[in-house]
Design a protein around this ligand. Structure first.
Ligand code: PGA
Length: 263
């Protein structure tokens, strides 16, 4: 696990964008795993800039989003379909046929088969080369809430009261946040070749400290990233505030061999 601590979210988002740019240069038909929420907004803005100003070409790229609220139509203002169009897809050239976001409109007993097919499509695309993640204040990744099986696959989950509260600002009122979602599983996420987790703000400090320094536990699903061979954690100062060994992580980063540097 590589822990990179920098002052601000803009620098870290630019770093994540450069990792994606290098991947696409190396592998034009790369498969990206994408996240939503407040955290990756600056990353999407930077990728759009790289597309416009440097010609970063997404025309062979495929994307798979982590999750979607069940019960929301794709044009609902708080749906992740809408979020992705507004914040990324409307501004770059990913072919619509290559975009995959779990449907929020699958119902009842259709859900398991739908989730199985989502997994199959990831496999058909060759697996995820680089997965962007945020982290919940409760340590969720995707919408894998505390007590999620650490080997879980894409499936329906029930949101915790805390996540519903965290996400209420995106809805007309707290009661409007759906209770159920479809999310890639922890096991699905762990199969990505490279995982890049972004965490900004003091509200994430506890979850970040557990992820990096706590025991691996389903009660904080992000802790499983300690088992991933290629995970990069991009953390701003407030989110790094509860790490015991932050000086050590900075020291390691400062002594990184030149040939490994993207930042
Ligand atoms: P946020 O959500 O980016 O809106 O903080 C992160 C998450 O829930 O994974």
């Amino acid at each position: 696990m590589e822990v990179i601590i920098k002052n601000d979210a803009t620098t870290l988002s630019a770093y994540a964008a450069r990792l994606i740019r290098e991947l696409i240069r190396r592998k034009p038909d790369a498969t990206l795993g994408l996240a939503t929420g407040g955290t990756p907004l600056l990353l999407y803005r930077e990728l759009i800039r790289l597309h416009r100003e440097e010609g970063l070409d997404f025309s062979f790229v495929s994307t798979f989003n982590l999750d979607e609220y069940l019960g929301l139509a794709p044009d609902h203002p708080a749906s992740y379909h809408q979020y992705m169009r507004e914040n990324f897809f409307n501004h770059v050239n990913v072919p619509p046929a290559n975009i995959h976001i779990p449907s929020g409109q699958i119902q009842g007993d259709e859900i398991p088969e739908y989730c199985r097919r989502y997994e199959e499509e990831i496999q058909r695309a060759g697996g995820i080369d680089l997965q962007i993640l945020g982290i919940g204040s409760d340590g969720h990744i995707g919408f894998n809430e505390p007590s999620s099986a650490l080997t879980s696959r894409t499936r329906i989950k029930t949101l915790s009261p805390r996540t519903r509260q965290d996400n209420a600002p995106f809805f007309a009122g707290p009661g409007e946040v759906p209770h159920h979602v479809i999310t890639m599983g922890v096991g699905t996420i762990m199969e990505a070749h490279h995982i890049v987790l972004l965490a900004f703000g003091e509200k994430k400090a506890r979850a970040v400290a557990e992820t990096v320094e706590g025991p691996i536990s389903a009660l904080c699903p992000s802790t499983i990233l300690q088992m991933h061979p290629n995970a990069t954690l991009l953390i701003d100062e407030p989110a790094a505030g509860k790490l015991q060994r932050s000086e050590y992580y900075r020291w390691v980063f400062d002594h990184k061999p030149g040939w490994q540097r993207v930042l």
